[in-house]
Ligand binder design. Structure first.
Ligand code: NIG
Ligand code: FE
Length: 408
């Protein structure tokens, strides 16, 4: 066998094995190869194994220097494109107002929508690209980015176009999602807004392939079940996959709706109870948890431990956004999931790699095996657990995407 690139000097190669998602106990099963090597041809892994067992040739040999290697992380939930800031909200919350009260009063997400509407595409690219770069530096090689700060159909399309521009200049694989975030302030305007989204925005996004999935914020202060259902029906008709923001503050049926529509993922789940946990465990919908929100808003942590014990497939993301999770590190999200949501180190790695890939409907990423994209991280240390142990310092040394080192 002849490889373009051979990575040697890997103290431990650590990965989930076989197609995902991994559910329940499977989330603790990692394949660990000591003193390993990876052979790559045209950006794809063709062989992994013990370095001493490699029999082929290679054009370039890169020595990892006795360091641990893990799959590139997949961040399955971000809102990385926004303008303005939410520092006033942050202060208001520290003096007692809640996130939901600020939102209901026309601030919060709606203030970010106003600031984003006032920014040009160039400004939004200049703001969004460095945020994506921070996530990459923290180990993310595939990153989902949502619209949702556009509000009007034209502004949502413009946000998705901005995400497309960032995707063209970023080394990461960017996965765009159309987010139907908050309703108009006046209840009288809701029906006409819903029909604009269903009749104009969704078909146009699907026709121009500006997003692969739709996401809806189902919550007391946002969209109700019957409204969300209309969005999902239209999205389905136009072959968009489905994701939901559900059970962040109240469990009003978002999880059940997502499961019924065969959603790729139901995200947040901080307010989910035994019924929602059982629904997710019995479904193919990935339970995506976002510990950055719990730490920033001081709300209960999503029941990660209970979800896994019940047999669900759990993924973890940053939810990078200005209001509920200013968390610019995907590996730190995994580290927080161990502390806040009760995941083991092994489960956190699976949640941030193969399961997160499945939450985006992607195959052949998020694991290090033949035929997968050569997206991997060389850590600073020789023990992979430092990735989820370390807080406030980057455990990731080199980031490789599609067989190319994008950061060292
Ligand atoms: O995932 N809660 C809804 N949406 C985002 C927050 C967006 C914002 O506050 O700007 C979330 O938490
Ligand atoms: Fe979110």
């Amino acid at each position: 066998m002849k490889a373009d690139t051979l990575i040697t000097g890997i103290s431990q190669l650590v990965t989930a094995s076989g197609n995902g998602p991994k559910r329940g106990k499977e989330m603790r099963e990692l394949k660990i190869i000591q003193r390993a090597a990876i052979a790559i041809v045209s950006g794809v892994i063709v062989w992994t194994g013990k370095e001493s067992e490699w029999k082929g040739e290679a054009e370039i040999v890169v020595d990892a220097g006795h360091r641990a290697v893990v799959p590139g992380l997949v961040d399955p939930h971000t809102h990385a494109v926004w303008a303005g800031d939410r520092l006033a909200d942050f202060e208001a919350r520290t003096s007692g107002l809640s996130y939901e009260e600020i939102l209901a009063a026309g601030g919060g997400i709606r203030s970010t929508i106003r600031a984003t509407a006032a920014a040009s595409q160039d400004e939004l690219v200049a703001l969004g690209k460095p945020r994506i770069d921070s996530l990459i530096a923290s180990g993310a090689t595939t990153i989902e980015v949502k619209s949702g700060y556009g509000f009007t159909p034209a502004a949502e399309l413009a946000m998705l176009e901005t995400i497309q521009v960032i995707s063209q200049i970023s080394p990461a694989r960017i996965v765009p999602t159309l987010l139907i975030h908050v309703p108009p302030v006046s209840a009288a305007n809701r029906p006409s807004y819903i029909s604009e989204v269903c009749e104009e925005l969704i078909p146009e996004v699907a026709r121009r392939k500006l997003a692969t999935a739709i996401d809806v914020f189902v919550e007391k202060e946002a969209w109700q079940i019957a409204e969300a259902e209309q969005f999902l029906e239209h999205a389905k008709r136009h072959h968009l996959a489905i994701k939901l923001h559900s059970d962040q503050f109240h469990s009003i049926g978002g999880v059940e709706l997502g499961v019924r529509f065969g959603a790729l993922s139901a995200d947040h789940l901080e307010a989910s109870g035994p019924d929602q946990i059982a629904e997710l465990a019995a479904s193919s919908t990935i339970a995506t948890i976002l510990p950055g929100v719990s730490i920033h808003l001081g709300i209960p942590a999503a029941p990660g431990r209970k979800l896994i014990d019940a047999g669900a497939a759990v993924a973890v993301g940053t939810d990078l956004n200005p209001g509920s999770s200013p968390l610019f590190s995907t590996s730190e999200a995994l580290a927080l999931s161990v502390r806040l949501n009760g995941l083991t180190a092994q489960e956190a790695l699976v949640a941030g790699t193969i399961n997160a890939a499945c939450a985006l409907g992607l195959k052949d990423i998020g694991r290090l095996e033949a035929s997968c994209s050569a997206d991997f991280l060389v850590l600073h240390g020789s023990d992979w657990r430092e990735l989820v142990y370390t807080l406030g310092r980057n455990a990731v040394r080199d980031v490789w995407i599609g067989g190319k080192r994008v950061q060292e």
